[in-house]
Design a protein. Sequence first.
Length: 483
Amino acid sequence: MLGLERVVIGFLILGTVNVFQLLLQGSSSPHFQFLVSYDGTRIKQNSTRSDIMAAPKFQSHLGMVDLLPEHTPLWRKIEQALHDQAALFDFHEIRTPIMEQTELIVRGVGATSDIVSKEIFAFEKGDSHYILRPECTAPVVRAYIEHHLGQRGGAQKLYYFGPMFRAERPQKGRLRQFHQFGVEVLGSAHPIADIETLQLMLAVLEALGLTDWTLKLNSVGDRPSREAYKKVLLEYLTPFASQLSEISQKRLETNPMRILDSKDASDQQIIAGAPSILDSLNEECQAHFAQVREGLDALGIPYELTPQLVRGMDYYTQTAFEVTSAALGSQDAIAGGGRYDLLVEELGGAPTPAVGFAMGMERLILAMQSINHPWTQQEAASAAPDVYLVALGEEAQTWGLNALQTLRSKGISATIDMQGRSMKAQMKDANRSGARYTLIVGEQELQQQTFVLRHMAESSEETLSFDDVIQRLQQAASAIKGS
């Protein structure tokens, strides 16, 4: 444990103190206004705060973004589409806490990975060390072991949504708090599990209208194959040691395969000539990878063999994959995953083969926005109520509260003024809310039991009984849902 404790203390320094210093940078200057864009990056404008409005005393942390009411309808639509696709493939949702023991992530993700060495939010309470989860595979595996899910028989097909946390520099599509959708298949070593997992990942993209994708495929082999490859790779890389980036020089000593994942331009020139790991696979790994490729070929799923693809987690074995989207520009990775047959045993469970993937929700949305997906154009409209009840006077307000209850029981979304304002102010508020209709109720309407239903977009209105109002609103709501 002594080595782990030293590692954790290092994480505490890297993952909290420096991060908080970064979060505070720029917050004290009165000459700049910081705005948070939808993708989470902060934009610094050369203007005084008073030019726009006074800066609030408290703001969200850099790289941690509020999802406002105009954003959440789109998120709900996407989440529902993901639920639907997971159900079609017979996957079942699991939810784990956002906080886990630090040792779980260190052992699961790997002490030499970028995530653990540079990007975690870790803290301690007494003798216990905790972490905000940077990914969800290790937590799902922990839950699988803790709740004996392997005893339920057959492969366990699980999926999840949720926030993850990494203390990295925020940029477009890369936040400190971000959200992932992912799946894990635990208990199957058969290549069909790899193929089904890949199919679900691509089905999700297709369901969201993202058809311009590229699937990159590799095998990182089992432990003996990787050890054999590391020797070959070291022989190749050692003569270039002084030319490698600083981080790659460190990886040369700790985990040379991670050098293949370097984005440094000079490293990439050296990596381009590196031997392929596919030449170091033993017969068992070759056979498994061949079956995965044959399955994809049979399904007509195109892919690119990418021998340099190793992924960012140390737990991957055999099949590794990544999907990129041209819609995202240079930061084009939208999803990725692979097989991790050793992780369950590493975390204290019985030897259990497994495969899975994760995709970033923010990146999905950026990709959908870049192709002008219809859902991204309908965020505000989909959040609008079906009807805004304009009540004139106390008697109308009392009647209106009962009417709202009836409307909502019929599946009609409805709202009412809560500030006792004039008719003009209520109509203005109804327009601001995006309500499709207003129902105007005053003393005369209550006496005659007929009410003015106004179509806001068409500026037309008709006088109806309340039963006819309900029927008309139900028809309009059904037409919108069906469009």
